[in-house]
Design a protein around this ligand. Structure first.
Ligand code: FES
Length: 65
């Protein structure tokens, strides 16, 4: 599924980028070589970035088995 139609950024691409690049949606888009156009995706993109980073943080806090 595309998160950003203007830049053809898929949700999977954005989730991967969330862990590789710091900053807000604009910063992550820039790291991907993209620039927001209409801006309609930015709220959803921000939510995805938060979700992925929270999941990663929870994983770091989990006890080693
Ligand atoms: S849908 Fe992402 S900038 Fe338009």
């Amino acid at each position: 599924m595309y998160v950003c139609i203007c830049n053809a950024i898929r949700e999977t691409e954005l989730r991967r980028a969330a862990l590789l690049h710091a900053g807000d949606a604009d910063a992550v888009y820039a790291a991907l070589g993209k620039t927001p156009q209409c801006g309609q995706c930015l709220d959803d993109a921000a939510t995805i970035l938060i979700e992925e980073r929270e999941k990663a943080a929870v994983g770091l806090l989990a006890p080693a088995s």
